[in-house]
Structure formats: C-alpha cells, structure tokens
Write a protein that binds this ligand. Structure first.
Ligand SMILES: Nc1ncnc2c1ncn2[C@@H]1O[C@H](COP(=O)(O)OP(=O)(O)OP(=O)(O)O)[C@@H](O)[C@H]1O
Length: 885
C-alpha cells in the first residue's frame, strides 16, 4: 500500500484508479464515492482485520465508461498504471500515475463529442479589474488561445460560446463571475486556481510544452493573457506528467475581431443548442453537412464567432462559391474527406503517448485519403479561369483568376506521403484497440518479427503433430495437448486411458475427468513457442512505439494538413447546403444596410411543409428605415421573421451562403436579442426581472453597427409600465444608439412611434379572418397591424366556445370605450382610440403645471418641525384638496 499512499498523496483531490492486474482498484473514501456513483459493489480489503478498509474495482478494459461517468459528476480521475509486466518483475511491480483525467482535459476519442471542441478555460483575475485574461485550451486538439476580456458580459458571452467543461479562476472566484459562469457554462466545473507569480509565467508556459513558446507569446499577448495561458498549461501539465503538452503556440484571441453574439442571443436564436440543450432544430444542425469531425468543429466555431472583416468574409464566401460552381469537385472532395477521420485529435494522442494501434490505423487511413481530397480541389484550380460572377446585390461580377483559386486551395499541400506509406506498410488492415495482445504489425514489415512469428506458427504446428504422435503411440484416443494462461501447456488424458500413459510422462495435476501430464518433448516445444510468441510481441511493441514516435514528431505537419482539410470540408459542406436548400451568396460590405430579398428562416423553412414557407423582404438601413416596429397577431410569424434576419446576418458573416433570393449585409458588430419571456428560476429572478436585465445589457452594449432584436419587451409587467418601458427602450435605440433594430410588439400604441422621426417604420405580418377562424398569411406588409386576432387564435388553441363568446363581447365593449364588466375603466386601447387619453410619451417632462402650483407653494411654506402628527395629517388632507379632482 506504500505505492498507493504515495500516489494518493500526490493527487488528493482525484479518485485514484490503482491498477492491479486486470482491474483498477479504488480504496477508502474513493471506493465509497465510486461505488455510489458507478453503482458497483463495495467490498473491503483485509476483511476482519483491524486495518480493514473499503475497496471497489472496475475491469481495466471497461474503465473508459466509468471514468466518463465520474467526470460527469465533476470528479477528477488519476490513473495509476503498472509500469512493467508483472511476470518479468521480481517483487513489487513499479506503478506510476500516468494521467489525471479531469472534465476539461479529455483526450479519449470515445469520450469526446467528435463534432465539438472540448475546452478548459482559465480566467486570470489577479489584478481585480473588470478586464481579465482568458485562455481557452482544447487538449484534444492541442489548440490554445489567449487574450483579454473587457468586461463580465463579454466573459459570459465567451463562456456560453465555448461551453467549457472546466473553468479555472485565478485571483479568487468573485460571486458575480461564479453566478454568471454557472449559468453561461452550465456543464463546467468551476475551480479556484492556485496563485501564480508574474515572474513564473514564462517558465510555467515553457515547462509544460515541448518547444518554448513563451517568448513568442510575450510579443503578441498582454501579461494577463499570458497569465491565463500559464494557468491552463500548468493545470494540464500536472494532469499529463509523462509527456509535454501538444501545444505549439498560443494563438492571440481578440474578441473584438469577431461578431459578438450575446449569451442570451445564442440561446434565443438556437444557434448550436436548442431549448432542450440538444442540436435538434438548431442553425448548426441545419447547415452542418460536414463529413469530418474537424470540419464539424470548425463550422461550429465559425457560427458562434462570425467575422467582421469584410475581406476575410469574402474569402470564405469565395471558397464556398468555388464548390457551388464545381459540383463534381465538391462531390469528389466530400467522398475523399469522409475517409479522413479525425487526424487532428489522433495526432495529439500520439504526442500524449495515448495512441492505440487502432488510432494509428485510423491515422493511416486518413493520410491515405488526403491526396484524393487534394486532387479534387486541383480541379477547381484548373477550372479557375472560367469561374462565374459574384451573385447577390453588389452588382459586381469579379472573375476569379487562377492565382486566386490557387491561393484559396493552397498551392502545395503536404499530405505526409512517407508517413502514410510507413503506416500502410507496417499495420494490418484493422488493427486492434489494445497494443498488449499484439497482432497488428504486418509480418512482412520486419524480418525479426517474421522469424519469430514463423517460429511460433511452426511451434503450434509441432504441437499438433506431437499430439497426433502421442495419441497413436499410446493408443489413448482421448489424449489432448492443451494450453491455459495460468497453467501453460499440458497433456491431458481421461481416466479410462490412464493405463496407457507411458513412463516418461510426468504428472502435473489431477482434474475431475483425468490427469494432466508433461514430458521433455512438450516442455521443449512449449519453451520454443512461448519464446517466439513473447519475442514477437516484444518486437511488435518496439515497432509500435517507434511508429507512435515518428507520428508524434510529425504531429504539427499532420495538424496543418488537418486544418486545411477541415476548412475545405466546411466550404464544401456549406456549398452542398447552398445547393440543396437554394441559398445565395450574400454581398457583404461595410455599408449600413441589411437588405434581404425573399429571405427565409433556415430552420423553420425545413420544418414547414415543402413550399409552404412564405419568404419575405426586409430592409434595415441606417440611411432609411432603421427601426422596425413589427405588429401582427399571435402566431403570425413575427419572431420567426426577426430571427430569420439575425440568422441570415450571422450566416453571411460566418462565410456561408444564405436562405434568400438575394442579400446585402452591411457588417454587424453585435447581435443582441431579447426574444420571448422566460423565467430564470435558477437565478431566482422573475420573468420581468430577467427581461429587464437582458434589456439593460442590450441598451448598454449596442453600438451603431449592432443589430438588435426585441420581442415583446415589457410584456412581463402591467400594461402601462410595459408600454412605457417598451416605448422608452425603442426611443433610446433610435435616438441614442442609432443602430438597426427590430421591435415586435403587441402594444398597438407603440406603432405611433413611427411619427417620432424618419427611419421608424411600421410593418406587420398579415392574417385574415375567415368565418371566425384566423388564417395566417405570414406575409409582411407595410404599416401597423389593423387588429390582433387574439380571440381567434384562442379558438385555434382550443379555448371553449362560451369563453370565446364572452371574451368577444368584452372586447367589443372595451373597444367602444365602455367600462369593464366590473364598472371600472381599464384598457388603454379603447380610450386611445376614442382620443380621450392621448399618450404623450415623447413630451419632455414639463415644469410645474399650473394646477400643481398652489400645492407646491403650500408645501414650501410649511415648517415641518412645528407640526404635530395630527397637524401633519390635516396638512396632507389640505394638500390633496388643493389638487384638481
Ligand atoms: N414565413 C413563414 N412561412 C410559413 N410559416 C411561418 C412563417 N413564419 C412563421 N411561420 C409559422 O408560424 C408559427 C408562429 O410563428 P412565430 O412564433 O414567429 O409567431 P409570432 O408572431 O411571433 O407569435 P407570438 O406573437 O404568439 O409570439 C411558426 O412556428 C411557423 O411554423
């Protein structure tokens, strides 16, 4: 247990999987926790003795599944392995913790979602400022980026975007970060990180990786960013003590270089996760036709951080267009890529010395498929002279030159032919997942291996021959030569034939049906055979380690290839979607307009029956209509329309074609949205509180270049408050922010805002009533909605007829300005229509009105300290009497 004590002392916060033969055993508290969480039997070690203690175990070959479950509960798992074959060691087998698996540091392809990155995030807040350093590490792909985050809202947007499994916070977990992070990154385990001295930053970074990267990082990154990177690397390095981390650079991460999609907008727009947390019904699911895991991950990242640099966006669109125009190249490429697999993650596994023969086999298949992918893109380069015109509204039609196409698709792509050839020559067609049983290297690959295998095979044949010989010689028909792992080779003779056993047989064991023997000849053959087998296995292990080393040395080349293939995969996939779903290339510029002709909602159009989705034109333009007031009955399609505008913008800036007949997108820096009312019980806040908080964020963060989408602001409170807030918010967006905004509302009074100034436009989504039922046309028309059809929609929803009839009657009287059934006046709408109360919300606050003047005068004159309580009451009554009734 000394070894156990040592390993546990080094990793007190992890559950220790202590390898003993074919099992990983857990002891004490670890065993108790694991038994409870994994539903495995809790036993005890040294039962009945004073040092009896709890123990639980899992078979080593099934460990991955158990580890995954423990990680899901937020635990760390330390894997302590036997470092030598127990049969070759005298005394205690040396053991060592080779890996600590934590929720954020998973590299086993079986445990990872192939189509999403798996991040550990480190936040450095030691300065205590709102501006923090942030680092994003995906150990499974070896990517690390770091930068500065200006404020808490940006931090939460970033956490929501990358959906980390673990967040390290240096400088103390302040309650705001903790609360925000728990909501923005619900799957993450939050950890307080240890202190870090500024002087240790460079050494910590370089100590964790194979080749120094700290100096280069210092030239591009701020100290806080590097501190965050050092925290992530320090943590990861402690978890993979045996090998340097597969990180080759710290990529600068600049949140201002990409469109920020607010945490709430990500949720409301259902970009990558739907309401139920899955991919179902999301934008990602609709446009993700990638065929490689790395391509899927890249597309996901691109959708969550669209670009704002026009040239880069056009470059991506050029790639997509090239594949739209070359369906054959697209098809060939996708066919080749489908065989490529996950080169990125597999190469990282070789660097971490975690690769299995199966992984090497997959790498081989991927590398062998790469040249066909390159050849497919060559077709595009060759056809480049004749590439067509840019579509969309820009009116330009640039002819792409061969040079540009060559630049797009890389003049030279290194497909590592020598590594592919080596792996192809060495490995069998389908290598097994476990290295220790051998059988994955081709016999022809290595002379020594060939010799030993032949000897082993020869030995096995000799055994068969010997068995036949002995049977014949002794006349014992039931004589068998057998092998078991524990017992080795033996000759078994059943009871009936024992009399025929020759004298040179030596008895080894008595079993139920007979006796087991050995002989000199059998021993000699068995030795030869075992020797040959173990030599063959040793040789194979050497070859395997050599191959892993060679691949690891070339990991950076493989990753470069993987990145190229991933970006082609994304372009070809988007082209495929564009082709199938009839998307067009958007024109993207730095203008102020967002012009969509015949736009469709990418997700809703797929769910609608074929041909039933109604396209709509929308133009938001800082020089024209920039604030849309959208009215229309429930279920008319207001939310759908607004989301469609946001999604088309996001798709365009992510570099995708868009679901429209034509589109021009003047770059948007942020998409901010507040859609629908949702309770946030976790935050302990009411619907209205959440709504106002989100609205506050929008008003604070929106810039002139932002796109703001507000759906039914103010609905969570009383009508007057709600309308007043909605009105003021719309005004602020118009006057102070001056951005492009869409505002859907059921407050018909709000449509009067159109008189506020140029650029405020009323639109409505039309519906028709037909025999008491409402028919949704889903078509946008200029002007406010004429009425709201609430009662008709209620009928659609199955509200009983008597209730509907009563509602209709009340509505009619209200609209005529009559009081409520209780006798009191209630609605704003009725009175406004009659003109009896005109809302004058735009009027600036007026100075004291004439009516209030006597009240104020009286108030000013009173000497408060001379009033008795009774006087005070009388005084209030007098004040009241001075006010006009
Ligand atoms: N352009 C369209 N073409 C066809 N069907 C549409 C269209 N727009 C919306 N729909 C359908 O109408 C349904 C209701 O749309 P949506 O939720 O956008 O309405 P809404 O006006 O926002 O309603 P509410 O005011 O009740 O929130 C959608 O689920 C969709 O199926």
């Amino acid at each position: 247990m000394r070894q156990y004590e040592e390993a546990k002392a080094a990793h007190p916060d992890a559950i220790l999987f202590f390898r003993m033969g074919d099992f990983y055993e857990m002891f004490r508290e670890d065993a108790v926790i694991a038994a409870r969480l994994l539903d495995i039997t809790l036993t005890s070690r040294n039962k009945g003795n004073p040092d009896e203690e709890p123990m639980a175990g899992v078979p080593h070959h099934a460990a991955a599944g158990y580890v995954t479950r423990l990680l899901a509960f937020g635990h760390k798992v330390a894997i302590c392995e036997q470092m030598a074959d127990p049969s070759t060691v005298k005394g205690i087998v040396p053991r060592q913790v080779v890996r600590v698996i934590t929720p954020g540091l998973v590299t086993d392809t079986e445990q990872l979602d192939a189509r999403a990155n798996h991040y550990l995030v480190a936040v450095d807040n030691e300065s205590g400022n709102a501006e923090r350093g942030i680092a994003l590490l995906d150990l499974s792909t070896g990517e690390l980026s770091a930068g500065m985050i200006p404020d808490l809202a940006s931090l939460l947007a970033e956490l929501a975007r990358c959906d980390p499994r673990e967040v390290l916070v240096g400088g103390g977990l302040d309650p705001d970060v903790k609360k925000g992070a728990e909501l923005a990154a619900p799957r993450a385990v939050l950890r307080d990180d240890e202190p870090l001295d500024d002087g240790d930053v460079a050494a910590t970074i370089d100590g964790a990786v194979a080749e120094p990267i700290a100096a280069e990082a210092a030239s591009t990154l701020s100290l806080s960013a590097r501190r965050a990177a050092a925290r992530a690397l320090r943590f990861a390095h402690k978890c993979t003590p045996g090998s340097p981390l597969p990180v080759r650079r710290i990529a600068p991460y600049d949140p201002t270089a990409t469109m920020r999609i607010d945490e709430t907008a990500q949720v409301h727009l259902e970009l990558v996760r739907g309401a139920d947390g899955s991919r179902k019904g999301t934008l990602l699911e609709t446009v993700d036709a990638t065929v490689t895991p790395a391509g899927a991950r890249l597309l996901r990242r691109r959708l969550l951080s669209p670009l704002i640099d026009v040239a880069s966006i056009r470059r991506r669109l050029d790639e997509v267009q090239a594949f739209v125009e070359n369906p054959r190249a697209r098809g060939d490429l996708r066919e080749a890529l489908a065989r490529v697999g996950d080169l990125e993650r597999l190469s990282v596994r070789t660097v971490l010395r975690e690769a299995t023969p199966k992984d090497l086999g997959a790498l081989r298949d991927g590398l062998l498929a790469a040249p066909a992918a390159v050849a497919a893109t060559r077709v595009i380069v060759d056809a480049a002279g004749g590439l067509g015109a840019e579509l969309g509204l820009s009116g330009r039609s640039p002819q792409r030159s061969t040079g540009e196409a060559r630049e797009l698709f890389g003049a030279e792509v290194d497909t590592l032919p020598e590594i592919a050839a080596k792996l192809a020559a060495a490995l069998v067609d389908r290598p097994p997942a476990l290295a220790r049983e051998g059988g994955f290297v081709r016999e022809e690959y290595d002379a020594e291996l060939g010799t030993q295998r032949r000897l082993a095979r020869g030995g096995a044949e000799e055994m068969t021959k010997l068995e036949a010989e002995l049977r014949e010689k002794t006349g014992a028909g039931s004589l068998r030569i057998r092998f078991t792992r524990v017992f080795g080779w033996y000759i078994e003779v059943t009871k009936t034939h024992l009399g025929k056993v020759p004298p040179d047989f030596r008895r080894k064991q008595t079993v139920a049906g007979g006796e087991r023997f050995t002989s000199d000849r059998l021993d000699e053959l068995a030795d030869g055979l075992e020797n040959a087998e173990s030599r063959a296995l040793a040789r194979e292990t050497d070859i395997f380690e050599g191959l892993v080393r060679v691949v690891a040395e070339n990991a950076e080349r493989i990753r470069k290839l993987a990145r190229t293939l991933a970006s082609w995969d994304v372009a070809a996939a988007l082209a495929d979607v564009a082709h199938r779903q009839d998307y067009v290339r958007p024109a993207v510029d730095m203008g102020d307009a967002l012009v969509i002709e015949g736009g469709r909602h990418p997700v809703v159009e797929r769910l609608a029956a074929a041909g039933r989705f109604v396209p709509n034109d929308t133009t938001l333009d800082l020089g024209g209509d920039r604030l849309w007031l959208l009215t229309g009955p429930n279920m008319a399609g207001k939310s759908t329309l607004m989301r469609q505008v946001a999604l088309i913008t996001i798709l365009a800036q992510a570099g995708s074609f868009v679901p429209a007949q034509a589109a021009r997108v003047g770059v948007v820096d942020r998409v901010l949205s507040r859609v629908g009312a949702s309770d946030n019980v976790a935050r302990g806040e009411s619907t209205f509180m959440v709504e106002m908080r989100e609205t506050a964020t929008i008003l604070r963060d929106a810039s002139r270049r932002s796109l703001v989408i507000l759906d039914e602001i103010g609905r969570g409170t009383s009508t007057y408050d709600g309308l007043a807030i909605a009105w003021a918010v719309a005004e602020h967006l118009y006057d102070a922010v001056g951005c492009r905004a869409m505002f859907a509302t059921h407050y018909h009074e709000l449509t009067e805002l159109a008189q506020h100034g140029p650029g405020v436009a009323n639109w409505s989504v039309s519906a028709r009533e037909h025999g008491g039922d409402v028919v949704f046309l889903h078509k946008l028309v200029r002007g406010p909605a004429s009425r709201s059809y609430g009662v008709a929609v209620a009928r659609l929803a199955g509200v009983p007829e008597p209730v509907l009839a009563r509602a209709k009657a009340i509505l009619a009287t209200l609209e005529a300005g009559a009081p409520l059934p209780s006798g009191k006046h209630a609605t704003m709408r009725g009175r406004t229509r009659q003109g009896s109360v005109q809302l004058d919300l735009f009027a600036k606050a007026k100075p004291d009105t004439d009516a209030a003047a006597p009240v104020l005068e009286t108030l000013r004159a009173v000497e408060v300290e001379r009033l008795t309580p009774l006087d005070a009451l009388t005084f209030v009554a007098r004040l009241k009497s001075l006010l006009p009734s």
